[in-house]
Design a protein around this ligand. Structure first.
Ligand code: PMP
Length: 367
């Protein structure tokens, strides 16, 4: 396979959180819980499930390849034209399309340290040079330094707002100032996978999609995987100028969003009750986990997402293992350059309680 592209040959595969079934097999625990992939603990809304199921009668025919109804609904939601929407198999799709369209071998891509793992992965696969910019003291994106890192060769700059795994966010004026500094030969990607949670938890959190008319080189990505509880169906989207969307749609595989996913996404957008309940559960779970960590004398990075990254005070790998043995799956942050930290997705009350109890034992064992 040495004829594979050099960037791909050197690539370390993306490691998702361990599936519950795998943990049960490996450790013999019957009732494992997974708080490792930032999913909505309430799952999909009943209306979204029904809508998805109803499409199965027509499972023998292709879905609407252009996603007419969903694109239109998303466009209305954001006050943009349907031509500005690129549908994705998760928001991972528009992120990948952006690199495919704009980045060629030898180009540069700028992103922050401790940022979402897909950015370096896509960059390396494209044979480009990743420019990783150190964070501010609180693990937040340093937008000043990121703007300064853009050169003539920079084709894409990624801003995760809020960022996964740190849960930090940049505020409205800082983000606007940054976008004004991004030159016309660079696509500014603002990844808003956790948008709704951040909006709920922080009044100065900006909606970058409101600025699309001003920045023709802006791509904002959103997903149905988080608050909408549809991670398993894979649906997300990009919002941009029509010109950028046209390019992204040229590399988009036909039928990349399946029929159940399109139907479920439409229904999920309309289920205000489920969305509100999910936000409330997150607010309460976040407070519960923060209180539990405080009681145990542990530090965490303040988060506006549906997850919390905390400092175990030692080797997080060992604490992670000790939690796995008790059937609690978190995500170790060593690969993100945070070897003392673990990331926990906010779960239901009972899940969070179980995590905290398991943490006591894990910390005692690893001492
Ligand atoms: N962006 C960020 C910051 C994420 O954390 C994730 C999911 N972990 C994604 C994008 C991609 O998620 P999806 O493809 O499910 O939309």
């Amino acid at each position: 396979t040495d004829y594979a592209a050099a960037g791909v040959r050197g690539l370390a595969p993306y490691k998702p959180g361990k599936p519950v079934a795998e943990l049960q097999r490996e450790y013999g625990v019957a009732d494992a819980i997974k708080l490792a992939s930032n999913e909505n603990p309430l799952g999909a809304s009943p209306r979204a499930r029904e809508a998805a199921a109803a499409t199965l009668d027509e499972a023998g025919i292709y879905p609407d390849g252009g996603g007419f109804a969903l694109r239109g609904r998303i466009a209305d939601h954001h006050g943009v034209a349907a031509e500005q929407v690129t549908l994705g198999n998760g928001s991972s799709d528009p992120l990948a399309f952006a690199v495919e369209v704009f980045v060629t071998p030898g180009d540069e891509v700028v992103y922050s340290a401790h940022a979402f793992a897909l950015y370096p992965l896509l960059t390396q696969a494209a044979g480009a040079r990743g420019v990783e910019v150190p964070t501010t003291a609180g693990y937040g994106h340093d937008l000043e330094a990121m703007a300064a890192a853009i050169t003539d060769r920079t084709r894409v700059v990624f801003v995760a707002n809020p960022n996964n795994p740190t849960g930090t966010r940049v505020g409205a004026s800082a983000l606007r100032n940054f976008l004004e500094r991004v030159p016309g030969h660079t696509l500014a990607v603002v990844d808003e996978a956790y948008f709704e949670y951040a909006r709920d938890l922080d009044s100065d959190y900006p909606d970058a999609s409101a600025w699309l008319a001003e920045f023709p080189n802006l791509l904002v990505t959103r997903t149905f995987s988080k608050l909408h509880g549809l991670a398993g169906l894979r649906v997300g989207y990009g919002l941009s100028s029509p010109a950028v969307a046209d390019l992204l749609n040229r590399v988009r595989p036909p039928f990349n969003v399946n029929a159940p996913a399109q139907a479920a996404a439409l229904a999920a957008m309309d289920d205000a009750e489920h969305l509100a309940a999910s936000l409330e559960a997150n607010r309460e779970g976040m407070a519960q986990l923060e209180a539990g960590l405080r009681e145990r004398g542990l530090d965490w990075i303040p988060s506006v997402g549906n997850f919390l990254t905390f400092d175990t005070g030692g080797d997080a790998g060992e604490v992670h293992e000790a939690l796995l043995r008790q059937g609690v799956i978190l995500r170790p942050m060593g690969e993100y350059g945070l070897p003392r930290h673990l990331r926990a997705t906010i779960g239901r009350t009972a899940d969070n309680e179980r995590l905290l109890t398991a943490l006591d034992r894990a910390l005692a064992e690893t001492g």
